[in-house]
Design a protein. Structure first.
Length: 407
């Protein structure tokens, strides 16, 4: 058997083996350290971002939470149409007004002739709810001695407990005053008699009414046809004064569509949608299609204005307002039916500090949020027009920090 020479193998020295081992350990350490360092950097960055967010100054603002169980279902198989007014009385009962003729046939099948189904029927126009959401009163519609609006719009309970109603049909030139049980008391203006924005006897599609206890005067946001705020004596209905945007003489000139890039228009656009007086005697006016609130003294002297979501077209962003119920009325709540939200505004500066709401038909969402009111506890009540046709309650949860534009 042949023999082969032995293969020479050189064994590494002890020093060489230790060197290789150290290199392998170093590579493993470096790799592990890199991963750990990467993770640590990520954690540190997140912590820094969190600290930065925590360090960001937080604005204190009222916080609200929707009450999905208010109001309770209506009795008698009733259903409401476009809900275009809401107000709270001294007993914290909530009143809404809606348009029964806005209920579609497939919703009022029981009211058709012949009936098409067991449900439902349009409810009376004026509805009164207690704090638990129970319907405790209802009335409204045409009657003897007054001209019920062809398209009712807005409802106000004054300091004496009287109920005021407007209307925005093309020929509605009147506002009406009733007792809480629906007894007619007074009418200012007449159906189909408007002569324009300088008419001192008739209105034209009045949107909302406010009664000033201190001066016994009625302020009307007038409105969809005219371009003014007009003031009457509370008891006699006698004309007192009126004004347009910036306190100018009202004008019926057609200024065309709103252009957010143009200089501010020196007149109100239709509709002038609200006029409310604060405790410190300033008049806040919703110039809806111009996306702004203008503030005046009670004699019509212009004080200041602020725009909200100024790029909003269509029906505009400034629909209706209510004041917070703290003694200073520190906040203004502004409904915005185009952007589907309620803006929360510091009344002193007109700066928006927060908002709530989004588009939709679930509880807390909006579609055409139209009118707004507050009760003595600070809760907010809204009504929606268009096809949402409902009322909602938002419970006041106290003051809290807000760091974003929406709650």
């Amino acid at each position: 058997m042949p023999s082969f020479p032995a293969r020479s193998v050189t064994e590494p020295s002890l020093d060489t083996r230790e060197t290789h081992m150290r290199r392998r350990m170093l590579k493993a350490f470096v790799g592990t350290t890199s991963v750990v360092l990467f993770i640590a950097l990520g954690i540190a960055q997140n912590r820094l971002q969190h600290v930065a967010a925590q360090g960001k100054p937080a604005m204190q603002a009222p916080i609200f939470q929707v009450d999905p169980l208010w109001p309770k279902p209506l009795p008698n198989g009733w259903i409401i149409g476009s809900a275009i007014g809401v107000t709270a009385d001294a007993q914290d009962h909530i009143w809404i007004i809606h348009r029964p003729d806005a209920v579609e046939n497939n919703e009022k099948a029981a009211a058709l002739d012949p009936p098409q189904a067991s449900c439902c029927k349009p409810a009376p126009p004026v509805l009164q709810f207690d704090q638990q959401g129970n319907l405790v009163g209802s009335w409204g519609g045409p009657g003897q001695g007054y001209e019920w609006p062809a398209s009712n719009h807005g409802i106000t309970i004054d300091y004496k407990g009287f109920v005021w109603i407007g209307g925005n049909n093309a020929k509605d030139g009147q506002i009406l005053k009733f007792t809480k049980d629906g007894k007619f008391l007074m009418q200012i203006g007449h159906f189909g008699q408007s002569k324009g924005s300088l008419d001192t006897e008739n209105l034209h599609q009045a949107a909302k009414i406010f009664v000033d206890q201190q001066a016994s005067e009625v302020y009307v946001a007038d409105g969809y046809g005219n371009h003014r705020v007009i003031v009457f004596d509370e008891n006699s209905g006698k004309f007192k004064r009126m004004w347009g945007a910036y306190g100018n003489k009202p004008s019926d000139e057609n200024f065309g569509r709103y252009n957010p890039s143009a200089p501010p228009l020196q007149q109100f656009r239709n509709p002038v949608h609200c006029s409310e007086i604060s405790k410190d005697r300033f008049v806040y006016v919703c110039d809806r299609a111009n996306d702004r609130i203008q503030v005046f003294r009670t004699d019509g002297t212009f004080v200041k204005e602020q725009f909200y979501m100024k790029q909003t077209l269509g029906s505009g962003s400034a629909w209706d307002i209510a004041f917070s119920r703290d003694p200073q009325q520190r906040y203004v709540y502004l409904t915005d039916g185009m952007n589907q939200k309620v803006h929360i505004i510091l009344r002193e500066t007109l700066e928006e500090v927060s908002s709530f709401g989004t588009g939709g038909r679930m509880a807390g969402a909006f579609y055409g949020v139209h009118s707004i009111a507050t009760d003595s506890k600070g809760n907010i009540y809204t009504t929606e027009t268009w096809t949402s046709q409902r009322a909602q309650r938002f419970l006041y949860k106290g003051m809290g920090p807000v760091r974003t534009s929406t709650q």
